[in-house]
Design a protein around this ligand. Structure first.
Ligand code: BGP
Length: 464
């Protein structure tokens, strides 16, 4: 099977997950730094974001490796939590801004196109503490100003901008599941944050178009593909539909179609979930839909009708409408318990084709995490990660099949270029094409999959 010439094969990481804290100034914490400072259990063997992969100083070495592999695209983020020394007065940290400049220039010099997210969970902790984060409309304003500054500084060279990575995740963890600091269970706040992010995205798109820059603005969404337990049993089908509404359509509909679905708004209303909006907002959201969407896709959700009646006294949670469950006999990705199911690539492509009118999209993340990967080192010292090669190959197979049937998928950004820190558990799961050896001065070593990806980029052929 031949991969079409225009289909981009790239790789991804994010700022916070690679940079490390070298040069970070007092008060420049992002939400993720605070999470690591407050919850020691997320560190793995005492290693974490303080050092990360030290991309701050070793970026050139990594970009050289990207070039060696033949990447034409690299997806990463700018750390909003480090970009300012004063987040309200918008005083830029010139040292950090220069680092971003250097990285962009080094990528371009290597013939690699940068795709940049303005936030990959890196909301400044200062804004979280002072305004309650995305609950506040003031944070919307400050984010749009931040975006304008990025466009002015880097917009001549970066043409693929993404406001957020997985905008639904932080407030879901804080306000809906209560699993993350400050554990503030509050579905109203959850929806207010969701809404403010949708509004912020539309305002950033508008700012970009007003500046008449040549590129595109989009977002990265973690698509959770919901398969009902039994396709012929209506309560399971309804449960999968509800899952899809709350996990996917909640963001994707207003950003691609310019409005929320009536069904979602009615459901929220029935559950007494309101959010504050201003009269002009609907028009702004309708007029400023995004240009392109990146979809992170790791696993399918297996969904069935809820088994227990929802306690009417409990705070609202979409889980009231479904249960998710584990399908026995499947293989799983990393310690995350994510089922491996490559055909979901094809199924998602068909949703984008038929339900979103062939809107331009790409896979912004997909990858294979492994614990204790050093056990697979061979005599030459290289990690022999055939499992990763198979994983990528199978997922690409389904994706390219869809492209051949007319899906408007522009590319595949593998997670991750190098091993990197996870917000969930530091370096426990390794995803990279390139190993970061934490025991030996963060030495970079190509894995077998790195060599394989290099060959794939060159010959663009997958087994049929
Ligand atoms: C995605 C995030 C990434 C990355 C990836 C793998 O949802 O956008 O930042 O972390 O998941 O997850 P993890 O590293 O936690 O196993």
């Amino acid at each position: 099977m031949q991969i079409p010439e225009q289909f981009q094969l790239g790789a991804a990481s994010s700022a916070w997950q690679t940079e490390g804290w070298k040069g970070k100034k007092p008060g420049q914490d992002s939400y993720l730094d605070d999470w690591y400072k407050n919850e020691y259990f997320v560190w793995h063997n005492g290693k974490g974001p303080d050092v990360a992969t030290d991309f701050m100083t070793r970026y050139q070495e990594d970009i050289d490796l990207m070039k060696e592999i033949g990447l034409k695209t690299y997806r990463t983020s700018i750390n909003w939590g480090r970009f300012f020394t004063d987040y309200e007065k918008l005083t830029v940290d010139e040292d950090y801004a220069q680092h971003i400049d250097d990285v962009i220039n080094a990528l371009l010099a290597a013939g690699i196109k940068p795709m940049i997210a303005m936030e990959h969970y890196e909301v400044p902790q200062f804004l979280q503490d002072k305004f309650g984060g995305w609950n506040s409309r003031e944070v919307v304003r400050l984010f749009v100003e931040y975006a304008r500054i990025l466009f002015k500084r880097y917009g001549d060279r970066v043409c693929d901008w993404f406001t957020f990575n997985e905008p639904i995740v932080p407030q879901t963890r804080i306000h809906l599941d209560g699993v993350r600091y400050p554990h503030d269970l509050n579905p109203q706040k959850w929806m207010q944050c969701n809404y403010h992010k949708v509004l912020a995205i539309a305002l950033v798109v508008k700012a970009y178009r007003d500046m008449e820059l040549p590129g595109r603005v989009g977002i990265i969404h973690n698509w959770e593909f919901a398969y009902p337990r039994a396709a012929g049993y209506q309560p399971d089908v309804d449960a999968a539909h509800a899952y899809d509404l709350f996990h996917n359509r909640l963001f994707v509909d207003p950003l691609l179609k310019g409005h929320y679905s009536h069904e979602l708004l009615t459901l929220l209303d029935h559950n007494d979930i309101q959010f504050k909006a201003e009269p002009q907002d609907d028009g702004i959201i309708a007029a400023n839909t995004i240009d392109v969407i990146g979809l992170n896709l790791y696993f399918p959700a297996r969904v069935r009708e809820p088994e227990h009646l929802w306690n009417p006294q409990a705070a609202f949670n979409p889980r009231k409408y479904y249960d998710d469950f584990v399908l026995p006999g499947r293989k799983f990705n990393a310690s995350r318990g994510w089922e491996i199911y490559p055909p979901m690539m094809y199924d998602l492509a068909m949703i984008m084709k038929h339900e979103y009118n062939n809107f331009p999209w790409f896979i912004s993340e997909n990858g294979m995490g492994i614990e204790n990967e050093a056990q697979f080192r061979d005599d030459s010292g290289m990690i022999n990660d055939d499992y990763r090669i198979n994983f990528i190959q199978e997922h690409l197979h389904w994706l390219i099949k869809a492209v051949n049937e007319g899906a408007n998928c522009e590319g595949y950004m593998l997670w991750a270029f190098t091993d990197c820190v996870s917000p969930m558990n530091a370096f426990k799961n390794r995803y990279g094409l390139v190993e970061i050896d934490l025991e030996h001065n963060l030495a970079r070593r190509m894995k077998r999959s790195g060599l394989w990806y290099r060959d794939l980029i060159k010959n663009r052929t997958l087994p049929d």
